[in-house]
Structure formats: structure tokens, C-alpha cells
Design a protein around this ligand. Structure first.
Ligand code: DOR
Ligand code: ZN
Length: 345
């Protein structure tokens, strides 16, 4: 019986750190477990210029406790009329690691997103030329398309075309939730990868309706049917370097979640590695956690592997109902449960 697990220090390849007091309240949870993180740009206003990206990076570093080592990797929010020069400058200056495509109105903070993929073709052309990764929220927004089908339809209508038209572009299909996405990524070239969140490995869509409406299980893309969850688990533990860790930790206040129109997002940062470790343990694949958490991501992003290690110990870890994030109560993923692993640092 394994009672502790030591792996190379991991990174989070998809996280929402927010801004202002919430940033101060949540960033340390991510920085405690991860050396680096790809930070989402869906602030208000969104991060669309190199100057705004550099300023956000400074705010993140300033929000961390003294002496906490952490490298935020900033992303640029793609809009309909972003200048390819701005993206290239931001990338050249070392501010933008990647750029994020939100289809307009697909999710929280996506009102300024892209209304038609054709509008960013010149940007994608430029990104391909400078080898800058494109990160995609892969859902169509068409109201006639059932919410549970939006990822699969995105693959069919948009992603297939983008991959065909930009065959060298490095793409991360973010927070995949379906077997369709697992298969698409596996069967594409080595320049196509995906992140997988802890929640999509743990819950299926029933979790949102277990005995009543459960706003804390609601995120976008929404959790899907059980067979999709099983396909995601198989992909995550497979050892295939195309799949890697991205929590999509997305904190909202308790009141914003528990509302007549609750926000999408699951705050999983405080127990992220414990949550993944549980999945890998259940799948009998603890020896593959390190690849998923610490190796596949940097290799895809062409960044060095982290030095140093972290240790997880096998012991009961109670997860509180809510955590105080600089004066705002936020409910963490697994609230009220006991996870069988503890992150020791
Ligand atoms: O559930 C989500 N929350 N999905 C997203 O794509 C955005 C995120 C947020 O920013 O709250
Ligand atoms: Zn996200």
C-alpha cells in the first residue's frame, strides 16, 4: 500500500485567479501546489494588450504571501478585432505565453469573445507563424444546440476547420468533457493537446441534480454523461502526453453561486492535487500522476520541467464547507467530504 507519493513539482495549465480582493484570497492556494499556472484573461475588462498582461502579472505576484515562489503565465483574450501585431508583441516581450479563444457568450466573462472564427483568422495565421499556443474554450453558443452537445458540435463545426486551416498551430482544447473530445485530441497530430479538470474526472451530470439543484457542481462546459466521464478518466491516466492537468479552478462567492441565476465555476484550487491523486489511485495509476501533472504540460508548452518535488500523503483530509477568501466565502470542490490524500508541499 502506497502511503505517500512524491512527484516533480507540478503546474496548473488552466486557472482563473480573478483580480482585486478575490485574487489575494485565492492565488496562494494555486501557488502552494503549483510552480506555474496558465492564468485565464477573462477579467473585466479582459486582458487584451501586452501592457494589461504585464500589469496583471504584477498584481498576481503582489497578491502572494511574501516569499512564495510562483510563476504566472499570462494569456491574451482574443476579441473580434485584436491586432495580430499586439499579440505578436506581447508574445515577443515574454508577457503572453498563449492566447485564449472564448466564443462570445459561451461562459463567464466571455461577452467580448469572438463572434465568428473568421474574424481571427489573421491572428491565428500570425500565432502559427510565431509558434504561439492557442487555448480554446470549445463550445458553440447557438441556442438551438443542446447545452450537453455544445462541445461535440464545436469539434464538428469549428475545431476541425481550424486544425485543417492551421496545421502547425499548437492548440490546447481546454477542460474537455466528452469522449468526442478525448477521441479528437488522441487522433489529431502532436500539436493538439487537452487539459482535464478534477471535477470532470469525479462527477457526471447527475451531480447537478442530486436530490435538488446543486449550484456548486455547475461549471462550463457542464459535466456530461457517465460514459464521457469514464473516457476522460481513461485519457487522464493513459500516460498519453496529449492530456495534462488544468484545474479550471473558477472561484465565485457563495452568494453568486447560490442564486436564482448562479455563476458557472468550481473552485478546486485548495485541494486540487489531492483530488487528482484520488482519481489516479482509484484507476490504479498513481505512477502516471507525475506525467499528467508535471511533465506533459511543460513539454507541450516547450517550457523546462520544474526542479524540486512535492509530496502527497495518504491520510484523511476533511474539506471545509467554505473558505474565507479575503472576506468572501467560497465553497471549494469536495466541500464537506473527506479526501484520502493530503498535500504536504
Ligand atoms: O465554469 C466556468 N467558469 N467555466 C468557464 O469557462 C469560465 C469560468 C469562470 O471564469 O468563472
Ligand atoms: Zn476556464
Amino acid at each position: 500500500m502506497t502511503d505517500s507519493l512524491t512527484i516533480r513539482r507540478p503546474d496548473d495549465w488552466h486557472v482563473h485567479l480573478r483580480d482585486g480582493a478575490m485574487l489575494k484570497g485565492v492565488a496562494h492556494h494555486t501557488a502552494r501546489q503549483f510552480a506555474r499556472a496558465i492564468v485565464m484573461p477573462n477579467l473585466s475588462p479582459p486582458v487584451t494588450t501586452s501592457a494589461a498582461g504585464a500589469a496583471y502579472r504584477e498584481r498576481i505576484l503582489a497578491a502572494l504571501p511574501e516569499g512564495m515562489a510562483f510563476e504566472p503565465l499570462i494569456t491574451c483574450y482574443l476579441t473580434d478585432n485584436l491586432d495580430p501585431e499586439e499579440i505578436a508583441r506581447g508574445h515577443g516581450e515574454g508577457v503572453f505565453t498563449a492566447a485564449k479563444l472564448y466564443p462570445a457568450h459561451a461562459t463567464t466573462g466571455s461577452a467580448h469573445g469572438v463572434t465568428d472564427i473568421a474574424n481571427i483568422y489573421s491572428v491565428l495565421e500570425r500565432m502559427q507563424a510565431i509558434d504561439m499556443p492557442l487555448l480554446i474554450h470549445g463550445e458553440v453558443t447557438d441556442h438551438e444546440v443542446d447545452i450537453f452537445d455544445r462541445e461535440a458540435v464545436f469539434i464538428e463545426r469549428i475545431l476541425t476547420k481550424v486544425v485543417r486551416d492551421f496545421p502547425q498551430l499548437r492548440i490546447v482544447f481546454e477542460h474537455i468533457t466528452t469522449k468526442d473530445a478525448v477521441d479528437f485530441v488522441r487522433d489529431s497530430g502532436p500539436n493538439i493537446a487537452a487539459t482535464i479538470t478534477p471535477q470532470h474526472l469525479h462527477i457526471n451530470r447527475n451531480a447537478m441534480f442530486a436530490g435538488g439543484i446543486r449550484p456548486h457542481a455547475y461549471c462550463l462546459p457542464v459535466a456530461k454523461r457517465e460514459f464521457h466521464r469514464l473516457a476522460l478518466r481513461e485519457a487522464a491516466v493513459s500516460g498519453n502526453p496529449k492530456y495534462f492537468l488544468g484545474t479550471d479552478s473558477a472561484p465565485h462567492s457563495l452568494s453568486a453561486k447560490e442564486s436564482a441565476c448562479g455563476c458557472a465555476g468550481i473552485f478546486n484550487a485548495p485541494f486540487a492535487l489531492e483530488s487528482y491523486a484520488l482519481v489516479f489511485e482509484e484507476e490504479g495509476a498513481l505512477d502516471r500522476l507525475e506525467g499528467f501533472a508535471s511533465i506533459h504540460g511543460p513539454n507541450f508548452y516547450k517550457l523546462p520541467l520544474n526542479e524540486g518535488t512535492v509530496t502527497l500523503r495518504k491520510m484523511a483530509t476533511p474539506v471545509p464547507e467554505s473558505l474565507d477568501c479575503e472576506g468572501t466565502p467560497v465553497s471549494p470542490f469536495h466541500a464537506g467530504e473527506e479526501i484520502g490524500w493530503r498535500f504536504e508541499g
